[in-house]
Design a protein around this ligand. Structure first.
Ligand code: ADP
Ligand code: MG
Length: 231
C-alpha cells in the first residue's frame, strides 16, 4: 500500500502542492483527477522521485521512503509511466523495455512473459524503433516498460492523452487485468472523465494543489466528481 501524507512541493518560490494525502491499495485503481495545472503530474513526480518534495511523507507497505531519488523509488517498487510517454525514439522496442532493467538485480533482468501477454503487439515489434510506433503503441510500450520492473505501485500519467479509441479501450482492459491480479496499486491520473470513473475504485480530485473531493464510490458520486473537477 502506498500512503502519501501532507505532501507539499515547490518550484522555486511558487508552492504547487499544499499538503496532499493519498492512499493507494493493491488490487485497486486510485484515480487522481483535476484540470490542467492543478498539480497532478507534480504529485506523481514527487512520488516517483523525479522531483524533490518539501514536506510530507511517502510510505510503501509501512516503510517511510524518505526523499527518494528516482532510482531509489524504482528500486522500492514504484514505477512511473510519464505523461507524453517518453519513449526513446531511436532505440528499439526491446531496448526501450530494457531501460526498465536498471533498477533490477542482475538475475531479474528479463522481460516477463506477462508483459507480452498484455501487449502482444510489442512482441511482434521488438526490433522496431520506438519512434516508428504509433502514439497508442508508444503508450503501450511505456506501460510495458514500467511493468518490466514488477512494481508494487504503478503510476500512470494521462495514459489516454492523444490516443485513438481502440487503443484506449485496450489500455483500459490492461488496467482492469492488473487490478484483478492484485499485485500492485494503480494510481491513474486522468482527464478523460468516463475512462477514469469507469475504472476507479477511489477518486481524488485536485484543485490548485489541494484535495477538494475524494470518494470510494466513483459511480455513485459521479455527479459530485464532475462538479468538483469543473471548478
Ligand atoms: N518544472 C516546473 N517549473 C515551474 N513550474 C512548473 C514546473 N512544472 C510544472 N509547473 C507548474 O506547476 C503547476 C502544476 O503543474 P502540473 O503538475 O504539470 O499539473 P497537471 O499535471 O495537473 O496539469 C502548473 O502551474 C505548472 O505550470
Ligand atoms: Mg500533467
Amino acid at each position: 500500500m502506498l500512503e502519501v501524507s501532507g505532501l507539499t512541493l515547490r518550484y522555486g518560490q511558487s508552492q504547487i502542492l499544499h499538503g496532499i494525502d493519498l492512499v493507494a491499495e493493491r488490487g485497486r485503481v486510485s484515480a487522481i483527477m483535476g484540470t490542467n495545472g492543478v498539480g497532478k503530474t507534480s504529485l506523481l513526480k514527487a512520488v516517483s522521485g523525479r522531483h524533490p518534495f518539501h514536506k510530507g511523507t511517502i510510505r510503501l507497505d509501512g516503510r517511510d521512503l524518505g526523499h527518494p531519488s528516482a532510482f531509489a523509488a524504482a528500486q522500492a517498487g514504484i514505477a512511473y509511466v510519464p505523461q507524453g510517454r517518453e519513449i526513446f525514439p531511436l532505440l528499439t522496442v526491446r531496448e526501450n523495455l530494457e531501460i526498465g532493467f536498471s533498477c533490477l538485480p542482475r538475475e531479474a533482468r528479463e522481460v516477463p512473459d506477462r508483459v507480452f501477454e498484455l501487449f502482444p503487439i510489442l512482441k511482434e515489434f521488438l526490433g522496431r524503433r520506438g519512434g516508428d510506433l504509433s502514439g497508442g503503441q508508444q503508450q503501450q510500450l511505456a506501460i510495458a516498460r514500467a511493468l518490466v520492473t514488477r512494481p508494487k505501485v504503478l503510476l500512470l500519467d494521462e495514459p489516454t492523452e492523444g490516443i485513438q479509441p481502440n487503443i484506449i479501450q485496450q489500455i483500459g482492459e490492461v488496467i482492469r487485468r492488473l487490478r484483478e491480479e492484485g499485485e500492485m496499486a494503480i494510481v491513474l491520473v486522468e482527464q478523460y472523465f468516463d475512462f477514469a470513473v469507469g475504472l476507479a475504485d477511489r477518486i481524488t480530485v485536485l484543485n490548485r494543489g489541494e484535495v477538494n473531493f475524494q470518494t470510494d464510490a466513483a459511480e455513485r458520486d459521479r455527479q459530485k466528481v464532475l462538479e468538483s473537477v469543473s471548478i
